[in-house]
Design a protein. Structure first.
Length: 98
C-alpha cells in the first residue's frame, strides 16, 4: 500500500510539472500590448498605425522579440523590434534601418 501511494504521488508530480513550466511563459497578448504601447510612444502615433509580426522566441532562449512597422505619416514607415526577457519584461525597443 505504501509503495502504491508513493507511485501515485510521483505520477501526479510528473503530470503537474509540465503545467508549471507552461505558466512561466509570458502571455502573448501582454507582450503585444507592451510592444504596441512602446512603439506608439516612441514614434508619436496611435496604436492603429503600428503593424506587428508574430512573436518570435530568441535563438538563445533568453527571451522573445516582435518585429513591427510604425507608419509615422510624413516621416515615413519606421521598422523596429521589441525585445523582451524570458519573463516578458520589455527590455528594449530597437529601431531598424536609418
Amino acid at each position: 500500500m505504501r509503495h502504491s501511494a508513493l507511485l501515485l504521488a510521483g505520477s501526479l508530480g510528473l503530470i503537474l510539472a509540465p503545467n508549471a513550466f507552461a505558466s512561466d511563459r509570458p502571455d502573448p497578448g501582454k507582450l503585444t500590448t507592451r510592444c504596441l504601447d512602446a512603439a506608439a510612444k516612441k514614434y508619436d502615433v496611435k496604436n492603429d498605425y503600428i503593424q506587428l509580426q508574430p512573436i518570435q522566441a530568441a535563438d538563445s532562449g533568453s527571451g522573445y522579440s516582435i518585429a513591427g512597422t510604425a507608419d509615422a505619416g510624413m516621416d515615413g514607415k519606421k521598422n523596429f523590434s521589441c525585445q523582451f526577457d524570458k519573463k516578458g519584461k520589455l527590455a528594449n525597443l530597437v529601431p531598424e534601418g536609418k
